[in-house]
Structure formats: C-alpha cells, structure tokens
Design a protein around this ligand. Structure first.
Ligand SMILES: Cc1cc2nc3c(=O)[nH]c(=O)nc-3n(C[C@H](O)[C@H](O)[C@H](O)COP(=O)(O)OP(=O)(O)OC[C@H]3O[C@@H](n4cnc5c(N)ncnc54)[C@H](O)[C@@H]3O)c2cc1C
Length: 434
C-alpha cells in the first residue's frame, strides 16, 4: 500500500521508535502543519529494564522538548547531601575515594529505561506510530522519499528521518557503500556485565563486607586496570543499576567470535572471576547479581555525513558510542530538539525542508563525533589506559574533575540558532529562518 501525504503539509517519516525517535515524534506532533508517521520494527514500543543516566545537557534537552514533567515524575537523583554528585570515583583495590565529578544543579539524573520510554510515549498522539514496520529499503527522487518495509508495504513522505539505532537500515541509503565504503558497527573490545539489585539488599551486602553502606545509594565508579564498575539508583531508589566492564586492549582490532551474540546471559562465576582481587565494595555488588547479562559493546566509526538530500540519520543510527560518558541517549535527545525546532519553524516548508536537514548535519556533526570519540577515551581513562596518565591515580582524579564540563555545558538552542543562521545565509528562500 502506498500512502500519499496531503499535498500542503510537510510529511515527515520517522524510522525507529526508541527514546530518540519517540521524543522527536512527540515534539513534531505538536505542530498541526506537519504530517508525522513513525514506523517501529517491533510489535510495540519497548525498552530494556536497565537504567539510563542523563547529564545536564540531556536534562536540558528533555526540558526543551517539553518532556520535563514526564521525566521528573520518574527520575532519580543523588541523595542529599550528594545532589550535585554525578559519580564518586574509587580505587579498585580498596574502594579508596579518588574524587567526585560534580554536575551542579543536576548530579546523577537517571531513569529506568522502560519507565522513561512509557512516560514519553504517553505524550504521543494516537495514529502516529505504526508497529511491525521494519524498514528494508529507502529510495528518493526529486519530489520525495519512499520507504519499503519487510511486510511488503511502502510509505511516501517529503523527508525521512532514520532513528533506527546502531544497526540502522536507513544509514546504507545515506552512505551508499559503493560510494563511501562500509560503515559497520564494530566491537569496542569491551564487555559490560549488567544487573539490578534491590537497594536494601546491596546496603546489607556492603555492610556485611565491611564496606561503607553509603556506597550503595550514592553513584559510584570503581576504577582499575582494563576494568571498571558503575552503580547508580533507579526506580525512585528502589533498585541499583550495575554495569561492570572489562576491555581487551591486546589488539587494535578486537573481534567477537564468529556468530557470538551481542547480548547473552552468562554465569555469575564468570563475572566474579573477571573482578577477582577487587575491593569489598565491588565484591558486594557483584555477589548480589546471580544472573548477569553480558553485552559486547559496539560503536560506530565517525561517519562523514548524516544526510543525503531528503533523508537524515540521527541518534545511534548516526553516532552510536560506548556508554562511558552516559551520553548516547542524551545526544539522541539533543538531536531531537534541534531537528524538531528547525522543522517546526514557520519558514520550513515542503520545498525547503531538505535544506534544514543539511543545516542540521552541518551544526551537529562535529559535536556528536566528539562525544563518540571522547566516550571511547573516557573508557581508557577509567581503566588506567589513557596515554600519559595510565595508572597514576592522582592524574586520573584530576582529569575526572573537569573532564565532562564541555559536554554538559552545551546548550542545544545554540545549535538551532547556528542552523538557522546557516539556512538564511545559504538560501534566499529561507530568509525567514534568520
Ligand atoms: C550498556 C549501555 C549503557 C548505556 N547507558 C547510557 C546512559 O547511561 N546514558 C545515555 O545517554 N546513553 C546510554 N547508552 C546509550 C543509549 O542506550 C543509546 O544512545 C540510545 O538508546 C539511542 O537511542 P536511539 O533512539 O537513537 O536508538 P535506539 O534506542 O537503539 O532505538 C532504535 C529503535 O529503532 C527500531 N529499529 C531498528 N531497526 C529498525 C528498522 N529497520 N525499521 C524500523 N525500526 C527499526 C528499534 O526496534 C528501536 O526501537 C547506553 C548504551 C549501552 C549499550
């Protein structure tokens, strides 16, 4: 079935209904001039039951997207008097305090992923999302874009936004391999063991090991050679989200075994073995996770561009990164705010919308690539492998105190302004953008 958009309204197709795609669709849905359709491959919106943490920049994007109330209802923060603490950093051997990274006014702002997706989906008007729609091909011509789905249906729109995650199908259309070569996700060399622990249980386990009970609720990172462990509260502090990382740095191009799943359940023994010899706090945490899952963390190389005429990729489809700055979803939300601001501008029409996609690419590319790159480098720092710093814990601590300021202090409204200036400069038909 081919559905034709109403001729006078700018029609926007979105592929992918994760955190980024849904937040973007909600922002567009408030503008009656737009015809918005979101296509999700899964039979319904879904997220995993783990935590996701947001820096001050991501919380700002959530506010600007008009989702603050939905967020605040379910968000956790560091308990008083640690409200400004993003993470406390500790030594792997004995939990010794190294330093803390402070994000004044925000601290560690985190949510349970599935709760957050549900909360933002509640803002999406009926009739916008379609499920069981796995995009398999994208084509475009001078008048519009046609997207084909696995179920045989097709959809035509003026512009198409690929929010379809790290394994994006839209990406191949934006960067045809015959022209650009392959841009596939690659394994970062890091595995992440994940689990959730009831807060009371972790507090008891900490006390039983002689570790400070406070370490359960205040966000912590335990740092060591080629490994680190993080904890922060979610579900109104009912649960503690745990991720324990190990990295293979023996080769520049680590590869997974043939056919190895990206995510799989593993034994607790395997995880405990990886962290043998670590301090009491780490042991208490890991012993409370009887059934961990192990994630092979993948990332994308920095892409040369995010748009091709009427089609744009954003979020993880464009700049998937390792989670060491807790920044991937934050970048997907910044993208959503900036792009929605351009597309809901009165000056944006069916005829010039593709120039807005080019302007978005021009202003967002450098920042998102830098967030990707520094996320990888942050993992090296946490795991005593940063060039010139290695296992010098004083240097590690001093670097961590200010390392994230540039990332957190960004205002996506500046990106919108820069894109609008660019649009006015590039196209006389868009002077109203200025
Ligand atoms: C272990 C781990 C911890 C993390 N922690 C954090 C954190 O604390 N803070 C943070 O900011 N980020 C974190 N991230 C990163 C964050 O999860 C991602 O950056 C974020 O989910 C990206 O959102 P997205 O909407 O772009 O993509 P996704 O969330 O991947 O959503 C993509 C959607 O597209 C759908 N889809 C895929 N292919 C198709 C297709 N062909 N057709 C139609 N639909 C399709 C999928 O079903 C999915 O619903 C973490 C990641 C990992 C792995």
């Amino acid at each position: 079935m081919v559905s034709d958009p109403q001729p006078e309204r700018l029609s926007i197709g979105i592929v992918g209904g994760g955190i980024g795609g849904v937040a973007f669709a909600v922002a567009l849905s408030r503008d009656p001039r737009l015809d918005v359709q979101l296509f999700e491959a899964a039979p319904h919106f879904s997220e995993i039951g783990a935590g996701v943490s947001f820096g001050p920049n991501a919380v700002r994007a959530i506010q600007l997207l008009g989702l603050e109330q939905s967020y605040r209802r379910i968000a956790d923060s560091s308990p008083a008097p640690y409200e400004d603490v993003w993470f406390e950093w500790r030594c792997w051997r004995d939990d010794a305090y190294l330093t803390a990274s402070l994000a004044p006014g925000c601290g560690q702002s985190s949510v349970h992923r599935a709760d957050f997706l549900d909360a933002i989906v509640a803002n999406l008007p009926k009739g916008i999302a379609q499920f069981g729609k796995r995009c398999i091909e994208v084509q475009q011509d001078a008048e519009g874009v046609e997207v084909a789905f696995e179920d045989g249906s097709r959809h035509r729109c003026d512009i198409l936004i690929g929010y379809d995650g790290i394994k994006s199908a839209v990406r191949e259309h934006v960067l045809p391999p015959e022209q650009y070569g392959e841009f596939n996700p690659f394994w970062s060399g890091t595995y992440a063991y994940r689990g959730m622990i009831p807060t009371g249980q972790l507090e008891e386990a900490m006390a039983a090991k002689g570790a400070d009970k406070r370490l359960a609720l205040v966000p912590q990172m335990y740092l060591g050679p080629d490994r680190h462990i993080l904890t922060f509260p979610v579900k109104q502090s009912e649960l503690i989200n745990v991720v324990a990382f190990i990295t293979d740095r023996s080769t520049a191009t680590p590869t997974l075994a043939e056919g190895e799943a990206w995510v799989k359940p593993v034994s607790q023994e395997e995880m405990l073995g990886v962290f043998e010899g670590w301090g009491a706090g780490s042991q208490a945490i890991l012993e409370c996770i009887p059934e961990p899952t192990r994630w092979a963390l993948h990332e994308l190389p920095e892409l040369p561009r995010y748009h091709r005429d009427r089609v744009l990729i954003v979020g993880d489809a464009a700049h998937a990164m390792v989670p060491h700055q807790g920044a991937g979803a934050g970048q997907a939300l910044e993208d959503a705010y900036v792009l929605a601001s351009l597309l809901t501008d009165q000056a944006c029409t069916r005829h010039n919308a593709q120039q807005a996609l080019a302007a978005f690419d021009a202003v967002r590319h450098e920042r998102t690539c830098k967030v990707q790159r520094t996320s990888h480098e942050a993992g090296d720092l946490y795991e005593y492998s940063a060039p010139g710093i290695d296992d010098d814990e004083d240097k590690v601590a001093s670097e961590l105190e200010t390392r994230f300021d540039w990332l957190w202090n960004h205002d996506p409204q500046d990106d919108v302004l820069a894109a609008k200036v660019r649009l006015a400069w590039e196209s006389t038909s868009l002077t109203a953008f200025a």
